[in-house]
Design a protein around this ligand. Structure first.
Ligand code: ADP
Length: 380
């Protein structure tokens, strides 16, 4: 017994069947060619039995439809019209001759040409579909990329604008900021501008000019660096509500390296931990590894972890692990981390399992100057 729901269901299943056939036609150009050739052979064998006009329709309807579909409707329709007229004319004349071999040969050649044309139409349809899909994918990536970049660049720019207006007020009205506070505002402007510069350099895969490649080696304590990072990341920590513990192992010597580069490496790693760990605890620890004469800084979180498939590509430019679209970003952070840590002669590695959190480990030597970097680069 049929009910009211049957008709839409039947219509849907009919559409699905048509789609399946259409997909088959599009993805099997050779088989389409063979099928059309067989179809024409069969109709040729039965041509004496049926009306000539009907025979023409049977023979050419399918190839003509296919050519129309594959070569685009306008081009296909014109080709089909011309071909049908020629074939009709050809059929009328050859049917009248007594030379069966001639008739069969020309008919066979014509049929093979039509079959070839159909195979070509099928291949063209497939190529056109691929082109349209690729174009749509590229347009989507471009749009998402621009949106993400605009979003990411906005927060350092806002910070720069905010501090600049504080300094402007101070210059105009003298709002009573101490020297230390003025110095800090300037430092924040510099750090945020550097962040923007890194993002642009990372995006262009440029080295950011000589200045960014050359190391500015200074000596500073791990505590001073941590203090600076803490103050900068405080608002983000508050926003994510994740407890962050910072520890410096006793006996850690002063660091002799490019402070700005190390700062941005850590800002990226801790920023990621805050972003992805969604409130789970984060621990940053600094120690000195005497046997290798390298500093080791570990950034560990108890977040969702990273899948084994994502791990090998994690430091690639623009790589984002699947399912991370909910978080801001466009896959540049870890690319920048790797580039910067290598510039100071160091290395970064990651250990992570899904559900087990992530652990990023930085190791880097004391630098004495540019020669030390050159030696490190040679050794690696
Ligand atoms: P972005 O954060 O802009 O996506 P990154 O290069 O910083 O780009 O990170 C690349 C990918 O690595 C992220 O998309 C994310 O999937 C993964 N990832 C990085 N850090 C963590 C982390 N601490 N926990 C889980 N996944 C992480």
């Amino acid at each position: 017994m049929s009910n009211a729901n049957d008709s839409p269901r039947r219509a849907r299943s009919l559409v699905q069947h048509i789609e399946r056939i259409e997909r088959w036609l599009r993805t099997n150009p050779v088989k389409v060619g063979v099928l059309v050739a067989l179809l024409m052979l069969v109709t040729m064998l039965v041509q004496e039995e049926i009306d000539e006009h009907l025979w023409l329709v049977f023979t050419y309807a399918f190839p003509v439809a296919l050519a129309g579909y594959g070569l685009g409707f306008r081009g296909g329709a014109v080709a089909a019209l011309v071909a049908t007229a020629l074939l009709y004319d050809h059929a009328i004349h050859t049917l009248g001759t007594k030379d069966t071999v001639f008739v069969l040969t020309t008919r066979l050649a014509g049929s093979l040409a039509v079959a070839g044309l159909c195979a070509l139409a099928s291949a063209t349809a497939r190529a056109r579909e691929r082109y349209i899909a690729r174009h749509a994918r590229l347009a989507k990536i471009q749009e998402e990329f621009l949106a993400a970049f605009a979003h990411d660049i906005r927060s350092p720019l806002n910070a720069i604008l905010g501090y600049a207006s504080i300094l402007q007020e101070e210059a105009e009205e003298g709002s009573g900021l101490s020297r230390g506070e003025l110095f800090e505002a300037l430092q924040r402007i510099e750090a945020n501008a550097l962040h923007v510069e890194e993002m642009i350099a990372g995006m262009l895969r440029a080295d950011g000019g000589d200045g960014a490649v050359r190391n500015e080696v200074t000596t500073f304590t791990a505590d001073a660096l941590i203090d600076e990072l803490r103050r900068e990341l405080d608002p983000v920590v508050l926003e994510h509500g994740a407890p962050v513990t910072w520890t410096v192992a006793p006996g850690t010597p002063e660091l002799v390296t490019d402070r700005k580069k190390l700062h941005s490496v850590l800002r990226n790693l801790v920023g990621n931990a805050l972003k992805y760990a969604r409130g789970a605890p984060i621990a940053v620890s600094v120690r000195w590894d005497a046997p290798t004469a390298r500093h080791q800084i570990e950034v560990r979180d108890e977040g969702p972890g990273i899948s084994p498939e994502a791990l090998p590509r994690l430091f690639d430019r623009f790589y984002r692990a699947a399912g991370r679209d909910a978080e801001d970003g466009f896959g540049l952070g870890l690319f920048i981390v790797k580039r910067m840590i290598e510039m100071i002669g160091g290395d970064v590695s990651v250990h992570s399992e899904l559900g087990e959190g992530s652990r990023f480990l930085l190791t880097f030597p004391q630098l004495r100057g540019e020669e030390a970097v050159a030696e490190e680069a040679k050794a690696s």
